[in-house]
Design a protein around this ligand. Structure first.
Ligand code: COA
Ligand code: AMP
Length: 623
């Protein structure tokens, strides 16, 4: 049996011993009563009875062990031409003072705080400061519009919002404060306090009594100590796209989350204390939570906050410059970033300008990694390129190549094998396991390992309906695929209306709700079509109300603007086809799958249940 197989089996056979041993690598104020409480509802809980603080484990623990001078965080910002570093002591002290600011406004254990920030160190500091006092943070990605922010404000009802005056995209400054003000206007719930980091590129107007200047507040604050919380208390809520306009508030706990991330740093990524680990993502996504902030710091590594893009800031050599300058050992990003670099620097001319010998491996996730991109990256880097598969819901990899245990042979297109604690199965509609090589629903047998979501914020019923009801005893991932003869997983597509655009998870159902709200639209359908750069792009089909006679270009522009204003630029919604009718089954279900095949230029069969076959020709010609 391989070393990986042995460890994996141990984790399934005796999860209590396995995770109990991992958790000994962390600091506990009080030992847990049970490693795994299977009686908890709606899902089993990890380390119940244990008292814990994630910020203490990420920062203070290292300082108190004598490693305060070690580099904790590097900020590299090609868009502002700035660099800054924080040692573990400096980061702990700044976090403790911001925690003092937050607490001084009456925010404490269990209160929610929204963080709406660009990629600056203050975003990570804000998350850690909340964790320090047991407040539950909810980070909202900067590319979302005010309405999306308002939806999250109403759902998690924060006492406070931490934000900045602006973000910087290559083509424009993103004024955050007007978006924040608009969101608070729209929301029914009103936070009492906002703390705003003023950036030199754009100053924000502060509202008397509600808004406070970040630096001014920090200069007057007293540092506060970590507050012990239950291991099972929420550390954060992170909203992710589901099938409707209402995003799902994924809840993450403290103790189990820290244990799983700590295990993953050594065993999956093969990094240790003192190594520089860079996840080129955004704190607004789960990758940013787990692998820009918590994972690397829990492991005592140096993490990198990069405010820039893989290309255009200023060129496709940006990643290699960062890697050589900061001696990055592991880079983690989305395949789309590599497709962008490949497009602009196919021969690797920019790469060859830098010495990237310090780098051991590249990890990719967030979307399926097409074999072409994987092979190109392998050839250019001459290093292992590791695809791994996970979701906001799980918080860490479900399947990966465990580089710190033993590198397994790489099969392009597969994220390799199940990680510890994940008993992954492939089932048919009836819940029967599929033989190797055959596609089905990918599910995980309960209990899910530590860090995976115990519920959805404010909506236990939706948690049960979305994830636990389709196949009793199993968690439904929403992905379809298969396992091969060697136990490798192949993740091929989503089984719901979620699409993946540039590694960003988006809901077509949500875009349909926005289009359907336009006065001239009778019916619509949004599908994800293949795109060589972003993986998928949304494409909207719109049927107009009878009697509406409008210029197609004018209407399309209005609809594009509407999605940008109501969901945000991150939706990358730019393509609309105005059609006379939508193809449906005789029972009225829109044939989205067939529309995707037509739009992608793939072979397709006339569905037996189609109401009127002529409509598919109309769809083809509208494209
Ligand atoms: N704040 C405000 N706007 C943002 C934003 C942010 N944090 N992030 C993206 N946007 C905007 C972009 O400016 C763009 O706006 P535009 O339509 O005016 O050009 C829009 O949202 C779409 O962004 P994106 O899909 O990211 O496209 P892009 O053209 O800006 O960049 C890539 C393309 C491939 C370079 C970029 O997507 C990338 O680096 N991806 C890495 C993947 C990643 O980080 N995934 C996260 C999970 S690992
Ligand atoms: P998110 O919750 O934003 O991380 O998106 C999770 C979804 O992205 C998964 O359910 C998959 O559909 C897709 N995904 C993420 N990583 C991979 C991968 N390595 N291979 C295939 N699909 C992936």
């Amino acid at each position: 049996m391989s070393r990986y197989a042995e460890i994996y089996q141990q984790s399934l056979n005796d999860p209590e011993v396995f995770w109990g041993t991992v958790a000994k690598g962390l600091h506990w104020y009080e030992h847990w009563d049970k490693v795994l409480d299977e009686s908890a509802k709606p899902s089993p809980r990890w380390f119940s009875g244990g008292m814990f603080n994630t910020c203490y484990n990420a920062l203070d623990r290292h300082v108190e062990a004598g490693n305060g001078d070690r580099l904790a965080l590097i900020y590299g910002s090609p868009v502002t031409e700035q660099k800054r570093t924080y040692s573990y002591s400096e980061l702990r002290d700044t976090v403790a003072r911001l925690a003092g600011v937050i607490a001084s406004h009456g925010v404490g254990k269990g209160d929610r705080v929204i963080i709406y920030m660009p990629m600056i160190p203050e975003a990570a500091i804000a998350m850690l400061a909340c964790a320090r006092i047991g407040a539950i943070h909810s980070v909202v990605f900067g590319g979302f519009a005010a309405k999306e922010l308002a939806t999250r404000i109403d759902d998690c009802q924060p006492k406070m919002i931490l934000s900045a005056s602006c973000g910087i995209e290559p083509s424009r400054l993103v004024a955050y404060k007007p978006l924040l003000d608009e969101a608070i206007d729209i929301a029914r719930h009103k936070p009492t306090t906002c703390i705003i980091k003023q950036r030199t590129q754009l100053a924000a107007e502060l509202q008397d009594g509600r808004d406070f200047d970040w630096e001014g507040s920090l200069s007057q604050a007293d540092p506060v100590d970590c507050v012990p919380v239950e291991a099972t208390d929420p550390l954060y809520i992170l909203y992710t796209s589901g099938t409707t306009g209402q995003p799902k508030g994924v809840v993450r706990d403290n103790g189990g989350h820290a244990a799983a991330l700590l295990w993953s740093m050594k065993n999956i990524y093969n990094v240790e204390a003192g190594d520089v680990y860079w996840a080129a993502s955004d704190v607004g996504w789960v990758v940013g939570h787990s692998y820009i902030v918590y994972g690397p710091l829990l492991a005592g590594c140096t993490t990198v906050i990069y405010e820039g893009k893989p290309v255009g800031t200023p060129d496709p050599g940006a990643f290699w410059r960062m890697i050589s300058e900061y001696k990055v050992k592991v880079l983690f990003t989305a395949p789309t970033a590599f497709r962008a670099i490949k497009k602009e620097d196919p021969q690797g001319a920019y790469m060859s300008k830098y010495d990237i010998g310090c780098m051991d491996a590249l990890f990719l996730a967030g979307e399926r990694c097409d074999p072409d991109t994987l092979h190109w990256a392998e050839t250019m880097l001459d290093k292992p390129v590791v695809d791994h598969w996970w979701q906001t819901e799980t918080g860490w990899a479900i399947a990966a190549n465990p580089m710190g245990i033993e590198p397994l042979p790489i099969k392009a297109g597969s994220p390799t094998v199940s990680m510890v604690g994940y008993d992954v199965r492939v089932l048919d509609d009836q819940g029967v396991e599929k033989p190797a090589g055959e596609m089905g629903d990918i599910v995980i047998k309960q209990p899910l390992p530590p860090a995976c979501l115990p519920t959805l914020w404010n909506n236990e019923q939706r948690f049960v309906d979305s994830y636990l009801s389709a196949h009793p005893g199993y968690y439904l991932t929403g992905d379809a695929g298969y396992k091969d003869e060697d136990g490798y997983l192949w993740i091929m597509s989503r089984t719901d209306d979620v699409i993946n655009v540039a590694g960003h998870r988006l809901s077509t159902g949500q875009m349909e709700e926005v289009l359907a709200g336009h006065a001239d639209v009778a019916e619509c359908a949004v599908i994800g079509v293949s795109d060589t750069l972003k993986g998928q792009l949304p494409l909207g089909f719109v049927v107009l109300k009878s009697g509406v006679e409008r210029s197609a270009d004018e209407l399309a522009a209005e609809l594009v603007k509407r999605v940008r204003e109501q969901i945000g630029p991150v939706a990358a919604f730019k393509h609309i086809a105005i059609v006379k009718r939508l193809p449906k089954t005789r029972s009225g279900k829109i044939l989205r799958g067939t529309m995707v095949k037509i739009a992608d230029g793939q072979e397709w069969k006339m569905p037996a249940t189609i109401d009127d076959p002529a409509i598919l020709d109309e769809i083809s010609s509208s494209l």
